[in-house]
Design a protein around this ligand. Structure first.
Ligand SMILES: Cc1cc2nc3c(=O)[nH]c(=O)nc-3n(C[C@H](O)[C@H](O)[C@H](O)COP(=O)(O)OP(=O)(O)OC[C@H]3O[C@@H](n4cnc5c(N)ncnc54)[C@H](O)[C@@H]3O)c2cc1C
Length: 400
C-alpha cells in the first residue's frame, strides 16, 4: 500500500492552505456572524478566485472543466478544505453537487452532460438530490412511493421527498422514482431522472427546520412534492431499472468525500482545543492544558484522527487501485463520523461557554454534523455491512 503524499499532492495542499488563509478565514467569521444569505456576494468573488487556482471542481476531469485530481489527491485536498467551514463550497466540491456531477459524468447522455454537468462543473448552477421520503425508512432505499409512469413520450412523476440538501434555489434535481413496481427483483424497481426544478408540479413545500435552523440555499434541506410532473422521455438518467445501482455508485465515492472533509474538521477542532487550553488560565500561570483530563482528550483525539485519516486514505487508495469499496466505505462511514462527534464534543467542552457560541465554527459543526451518523446511511446499516462481510468468512449469513 502506498498512499503517501506525492509531490503533486503536497503542492496542492500547500496551495489550498494558502488560499484558505488568504480568502476564507474572514469569510468564515462573516458567515457565522451575518448568516448565509449575507455573504453570497463575497462568496461568489471567492469562488471566482478559487477557479483561477486550477483546483476548482477538483474531482472532475480537465475535459469536463475540473481540476482532474485522482481520488487520493482529492482526499488530501478535502482534508485541507474541510478545516474551514466554506472550503468545499468555495472550490465547487460540496455535496450534493459533487455526487450529482459524478453521476452525470458516469451515466449522463451527451445532451444531459451538456445541459446539466457542464454548467454545474463550471459552478454556474446548483443541484439537489431527491431520494429520501418522509413516509418510508430511508435506510432501506429500495422502499419508496414516488412513482414515474411512462405516458407516450413523457414520464409523469408523483411523490413526496424530503431532506433534499440545497433544494432551495437548485436549478435541477436528480431524483429516484419507482418505474417498475412489478419487477421481481426489488433492486430493479426504481430508476433515476434528471430535470430542471422549475417544471410544473414540483413544489418546494418548506426548508425543513433542522436543529433550530431552516437555513437557505446550500445550507438547507428541502421537503418537496411532485404532482403530475411531466418531463420528456429522455429525462431518464442511466438505464431504466438502474436507479439503485446508480445510487450505490453515487454514494461510494461520496462517502469518501464526506469522510475526508470530516478529518479536516477534526484537525481544526483539535488545533483549536490545543490553542485554547494553552491560552486559557484557570488561575494566574496555570493553563487549562496542565489538567490531565484535557491532556487525555487531546491525546485521544490525536490518536483517533490519525487512525481515521489513514483509514480514509487507505479506502481511497483501494478504490483507485481495485475499484472495490463496499466494506471499506462502510467502515470509514461510521468510524470517522464517530471520531468527528467525539472530537467536536471535546473541543466544545474545552472552550466552555465560548464553545457554544457562534464566535467559533465549533457549534455550527457540532449541530450540522450530527447528521453525519445518519445521512448517506445510518451507522447501524454500515455496521451491518461490515459485520455481514466479516461473519461471512465464518459461514454466518447475516440477514438484514
Ligand atoms: C443532514 C442530512 C442531509 C441529508 N441529505 C439528503 C439528500 O440530499 N437527499 C436525500 O435523498 N436524503 C438526504 N438525507 C436523508 C438521509 O439519507 C436519510 O436520513 C437516511 O438514509 C436515513 O433514513 P431515515 O432518516 O428515513 O431513517 P430511518 O430509515 O427511519 O432509520 C431511523 C434509524 O433507525 C436505525 N436503523 C435503520 N436501519 C437499521 C438497521 N438495519 N439496523 C439497526 N438500526 C437501524 C438507525 O439508527 C436510523 O438512524 C439527509 C439526511 C440528513 C440528516
Amino acid at each position: 500500500m502506498d498512499f503517501a503524499l506525492t509531490q503533486k499532492a503536497s503542492e496542492i495542499c500547500r496551495q489550498a492552505e494558502d488560499f484558505v488563509n488568504s480568502h476564507l478565514v474572514d469569510l468564515e467569521k462573516a458567515v457565522l456572524a451575518e448568516g448565509w444569505e449575507a455573504i453570497q456576494p463575497r462568496l461568489a468573488e471567492v469562488r471566482e478566485k478559487a477557479r483561477q487556482t486550477g483546483l476548482f471542481t477538483p474531482h472532475m476531469s480537465k475535459g469536463h472543466g475540473g481540476g482532474g485530481l485522482t481520488l487520493l489527491e482529492q482526499a488530501h485536498l478535502s482534508e485541507v478544505l474541510g478545516q474551514n467551514l466554506l472550503g468545499h463550497v468555495a472550490f465547487n466540491f460540496a455535496a450534493p453537487d459533487v455526487g450529482n456531477m459524478e453521476l452525470l459524468h458516469a451515466f449522463g447522455s451527451p445532451e444531459q452532460q451538456e445541459r446539466f454537468l457542464k454548467p454545474l462543473a463550471a459552478g454556474k448552477i446548483r443541484s439537489t438530490f431527491l431520494m429520501t421520503e418522509p413516509e418510508h425508512a430511508g435506510s432501506n432505499p429500495v422502499w419508496m412511493s414516488t412513482k414515474a409512469e411512462l405516458q407516450g413520450d413523457e414520464w409523469v412523476l408523483n411523490g413526496h421527498k424530503w431532506f433534499a440538501t440545497a433544494a432551495d434555489g437548485a436549478d435541477f434535481c436528480v431524483i429516484m422514482a419507482i418505474t417498475d413496481p412489478e419487477e421481481e427483483n426489488r433492486y430493479a424497481r426504481a430508476s433515476m431522472f434528471v430535470f430542471p426544478t422549475d417544471v410544473e408540479g414540483l413544489k418546494l413545500v418548506r426548508n425543513v427546520s433542522v436543529m433550530g435552523h431552516e437555513g437557505s440555499g446550500w445550507m438547507s434541506h428541502g421537503e418537496l412534492t411532485l404532482e403530475n410532473v411531466r418531463v420528456p422521455k429522455d429525462s431518464l438518467l442511466g438505464p431504466r431499472r438502474g436507479g439503485f445501482k446508480l445510487a450505490q455508485t453515487r454514494l461510494g465515492p461520496g462517502r469518501i468525500h464526506h469522510a475526508t472533509r470530516w478529518v479536516g474538521v477534526c484537525k481544526r477542532a483539535l488545533r483549536m482545543m490545543c490553542e485554547r487550553s494553552a491560552q486559557r488560565e484557570l488561575s494566574p500561570g496555570k493553563p487549562l492544558a496542565q489538567q490531565q483530563t484535557i491532556q487525555e482528550w487531546i491525546a485521544e483525539s490525536r490518536a483517533e484522527i490519525e487512525a481515521a485519516r489513514l483509514m480514509v486514505l487507505q479506502a481511497a487508495w483501494k478504490i483507485e487501485q481495485h475499484g472495490e469499496f463496499r466494506e471499506d466505505v462502510s467502515l470509514i462511514k461510521f468510524f470517522v463520523a464517530g471520531v468527528l462527534q467525539r472530537v467536536l464534543d471535546r473541543a466544545i467542552q474545552v472552550h466552555g461557554a465560548l464553545g457554544m457560541t457562534d464566535d467559533t465554527p465549533l457549534a455550527f459543526w457540532y449541530s450540522h454534523e450530527r447528521g453525519s451518523r445518519i445521512y448517506d446511511g445510518p451507522d447501524e446499516v454500515h455496521k451491518y455491512v461490515v459485520a455481514r462481510s466479516v461473519l461471512g468468512e465464518y459461514g454466518v449469513k447475516v440477514k438484514r
